[in-house]
Design a protein around this ligand. Structure first.
Ligand SMILES: [Zn+2]
Length: 80
């Protein structure tokens, strides 16, 4: 395995990232978190695995989203 290769999306070598939106329906004032990806490549066959380098960021936003959804389910908005 050749470890920790950079994964870049274009000629400027910007890293390829995974993104998580707190609320995908909101157009402005988005709270988004991201993590660049790193690749481990097999030197024999080229089999490649991708890893998120900032996975804690993704996890903490994911947990916040789940808490919000749980709260919304437990306390449904009351219509007037
Ligand atoms: Zn292989």
């Amino acid at each position: 395995m050749i470890p920790e290769l950079h994964v870049a999306g274009d000629q400027y070598f910007l890293p390829v990232c995974v993104y998580l939106d707190e609320n995908p329906r909101v157009m402005f004032g988005k709270r988004t978190t991201q993590s660049p990806l790193r690749a481990w490549v097999c030197g024999d066959c080229g089999y490649t695995e991708l890893y998120a380098t900032q996975v804690k960021r993704i996890v903490s936003l994911h947990q916040r989203i789940q808490q919000k959804q749980r709260k919304a389910r437990d306390q449904p908005e009351t219509g007037t």
